[in-house]
Design a protein around this ligand. Sequence first.
Ligand SMILES: [Zn+2]
Length: 309
Amino acid sequence: MERLGRRDFLRKSCVLCLSIAARKFGLEADYIYKNELLFTDYEPERVYPLLTSLPLSNAEYSIEAGNIGQITEKEFNMKFGLTVIIPYMNLFTNANRDSVSPYRCSQQVNLDPRLYGKKPVDVHFGIDMTTGDPRKENTIFINPIRAKYLGKVDGLARLSPETPVTRVVDYRGNDLDVTIDNYECGVIMLYAHLLPWLNSSKIGEIIEVGSPIGDITKNLKIGGSSSPHVHIEMIAIPLYIFEDIEKGRTTLENELKKENYSPKKYFIRIDSTAIWKHFNADVYTKTGIRSYYWEITKSAESKRMHYGK
Ligand SMILES: [Zn+2]
């Protein structure tokens, strides 16, 4: 990857992502480009948690502060700026793709259950999204990130029996590798509670921006969900595991199964709120976090409480 200054990097990656978006989505993305919406809410100093181990059991949600890392929004955008992320986009469509609807975020990433003023009752590893269409006619989820390694993962009890998992790539189609806590990692996104949509897709095939990946279903509850929605998680996984996958020594599915509710160092749960917050809506719709709590998470006191600094 060529080296650029931070400002240049952000500007160039932003422009590239948006020009790809513009080709894919025509006028809508063109509007984003002209109005430079991507970094409207850019808060370089905001801190997001990174979870480096899981709770020991499903019921034990107490996580030691030492197992929660942090990343600033500025660093996050440096690492992920080359992914194709569409900040203003209708995320749901119908089977014929002749109508679309935006989304609502019903639950935020909450890697540290003490954040956002809630009682420490639950850790939520991803973002839950449902269609903003009140009649729920547009229920096919459109993948907002260009990705590969789309496959089916079985046996993740807390997720759906068939969970699309994608390896995130940059706008050139190369694997997006990032360094987190001094570990070189690849990044996956997984999408839970979906009915499979890409029946004809092959593992390893590049999934283009805007490809539909699954139906959240109008009425079915899949994989322990309380209502129809898609649950999206971002996880950084050491590169040596991807090498083992390439060489056929293991599969992503197996590695994820091993990790289920047992601490596995250097699988790092990423608070992807730093991406989703750039989507064009109010903070609550974008992140699921009420604005009062959103403001709380900015304060020095909050950082000290939750990260010990
Ligand atoms: Zn969820």
